[in-house]
Design a protein around this ligand. Structure first.
Ligand SMILES: Cc1ncc(COP(=O)(O)O)c(C=O)c1O
Length: 398
C-alpha cells in the first residue's frame, strides 16, 4: 500500500501529530477549512489510485461503486449519530451539492399559502435560495431572523419561533458560515417541534468538526457538503432524511440509480420500478465516480480515526489560544462572541481592515474576507503557536 494512503492516528489528546496527515502547505498558513478542506495525503493518494484504476474500465473495480457508496452512507450516518456503532446508511442520500439537498427537502415538505419558513439573515445561499423559490411557488412567507446587538442567535431564533403562528419550516445551520457563531440546537429543536414546524439543518460547517446528535434534535432533513470538515472532494454532498420522510418523497430529477429495477434491470413504460429503500430514493445521478468516492472514503476514515469529539476539543483549544492572544494584545473587541470551537472571525475596526488583510497577505496567511470579517477556520494542520502569530500580525498592522 502507498504509505501516503495510510490513515494517521494521533495518540496525544491535542492531536498535535495530526498535522503530518496533510499535504505540505509551502510557506502558507491556510486558515480556510470553512471554504475548502486542506488536502489530506490519504485523500490525494486515494484519488490518484482511483483515477489510475479507472483508466482501465474493462477491469472490474476492487470494490463496485454501489458497495463503496453504501459504506460511505453508513460512515456519514455514524457521524450524525444515526444507528448503533456502524451507522445506519438507510437514511442517507448522495447528491452533488448541499443546495440540491435543501431543494429536495423544500420540495418534499408541506407548505401552504400564508405559511412561514424561518431562516437566518445572512444564511449561506444554498440554504436560502431553495426556500425563496419554494415560498414563491406556494405563496408562503420567508422570515429572516436578525440578531440584535448584544443578543445571541439562539435567543433571536427562539423569539421568532414563539412569535410566528403559521410557522411550517425552520431551516438553520448549526454554525454560521461567515463568523462561526454557534447555535444551540439542543434548545432550538424542541421549540421548533412544539410549534409543529419541520426542522431542516445544514451541517456543512459542523459535521466532522462537532459531534452531532440527530436522535436529540429529530430534524426532518439534514444536509452537509463533503469538502469542508469531512475532508473529502467537491461534488459529493449528503442528505439525511428522517424515517418518516424516507417512505415517500421524490428526488428533484428522477434517476435510474434511485430505482430498484430487479435482476433484469427493466424499466417498463407504464410505471417506474419501485424506489430503492430508505433515503436512496433521493439519490442524484452522476455520482458513480470512483475518484470522488475513494477520496470521500479516505476523508471520512481519517475523521473517524481521529474522532469528532477529539477534533472538536483539539480545534477548540487552538481557537481558545487565538482568543487569549487577542485579549493579551488588547484586541478583545475584535473577537466573535459565542463562536464554535473550530471557526471564528476577526472583527477589526473598519478603518484597520484593509491594513490587517494586507499584512495577512504579506505573511501568506490565507483566510476569507467578507462583510468586514476575517474568517479564521483552521484544521489540525495549524498549531496554537501559528494562531498566536496571526494575532501578532493583526495587532501590528496599520
Ligand atoms: C453553510 C454552508 N452550506 C453549504 C455550502 C455549500 O453548498 P453547495 O454544495 O450547495 O455549494 C457552504 C459553502 O461554503 C456553506 O458554508
Amino acid at each position: 500500500m502507498d504509505p501516503n494512503m495510510a490513515i494517521v492516528r494521533a495518540p496525544d489528546a491535542d492531536l498535535a501529530a495530526a498535522s503530518a496527515a496533510f499535504l505540505p502547505f509551502d510557506d502558507t498558513l491556510y486558515l480556510d477549512c470553512a471554504a475548502r478542506a486542506p488536502r489530506l495525503r490519504a485523500v490525494q493518494a486515494a484519488g490518484h489510485a482511483a483515477l489510475d484504476a479507472d483508466a482501465a474500465p474493462w477491469r472490474a473495480a476492487d470494490a463496485p461503486v454501489e458497495a463503496q457508496l453504501e459504506s460511505l452512507r453508513a460512515s456519514v450516518a455514524r457521524l450524525l449519530g444515526d444507528g448503533d456503532g456502524d451507522g445506519d446508511g438507510d437514511g442517507i442520500a448522495a447528491l452533488p451539492s448541499a443546495a440540491q439537498g435543501i431543494a429536495t427537502a423544500a420540495h418534499n415538505l408541506e407548505l401552504a399559502a400564508g405559511d412561514a419558513v424561518l431562516v437566518l439573515e445572512g444564511q449561506f445561499p444554498s440554504n436560502l435560495l431553495p426556500w425563496q423559490q419554494r415560498c414563491v411557488e406556494r405563496g408562503a412567507r420567508l422570515l429572516g431572523v436578525r440578531r440584535e446587538e448584544g443578543r445571541d442567535w439562539t435567543t433571536a431564533i427562539l423569539d421568532a419561533v414563539e412569535r410566528e403562528p403559521r410557522l411550517r419550516i425552520v431551516a438553520l445551520p448549526r454554525v454560521r458560515w461567515d463568523d462561526g457563531a454557534l447555535l444551540d440546537l439542543d434548545r432550538i429543536a424542541p421549540r421548533v417541534h412544539a410549534a409543529g414546524a419541520a426542522l431542516v439543518l445544514d451541517l456543512s460547517q459542523s459535521l466532522g468538526a462537532l459531534p452531532a446528535d440527530i436522535a436529540r434534535w429529530r430534524p426532518d432533513f439534514v444536509v452537509s457538503v463533503g469538502y469542508k470538515w469531512l475532508l473529502g472532494p467537491r461534488g459529493l454532498a449528503w442528505l439525511w432524511a428522517a424515517p418518516q420522510r424516507r417512505e415517500r418523497g421524490v428526488a428533484l430529477a428522477p434517476h435510474w440509480s434511485a430505482r430498484d429495477a430487479g435482476t433484469g434491470w427493466r424499466f417498463p413504460l407504464d410505471a417506474a420500478p419501485p424506489y430503492r429503500s430508505g433515503a436512496r430514493r433521493f439519490d442524484a445521478g452522476g455520482l458513480d465516480d470512483p475518484v470522488r468516492l475513494a477520496m470521500a472514503r479516505a476523508g471520512l476514515d481519517q475523521v473517524h480515526a481521529w474522532g469528532v469529539a477529539h477534533i472538536a476539543a483539539a480545534l477548540g483549544k487552538r481557537l481558545q489560544a487565538f482568543d487569549e492572544a487577542l485579549d493579551a494584545h488588547g484586541l478583545s473587541a475584535w473577537k466573535t462572541p459565542e463562536h464554535a470551537p473550530h471557526i471564528t472571525a476577526l472583527r477589526p475596526p473598519a478603518a484597520r481592515l484593509d491594513a490587517v488583510f494586507a499584512a495577512f497577505r504579506r505573511e501568506r496567511i490565507v483566510c476569507t474576507r467578507r462583510y468586514g470579517l476575517l474568517r479564521i477556520a483552521p484544521h489540525l494542520h495549524v498549531g496554537a503557536d501559528a494562531l498566536q502569530h496571526v494575532v501578532g500580525v493583526a495587532a501590528h498592522a496599520g
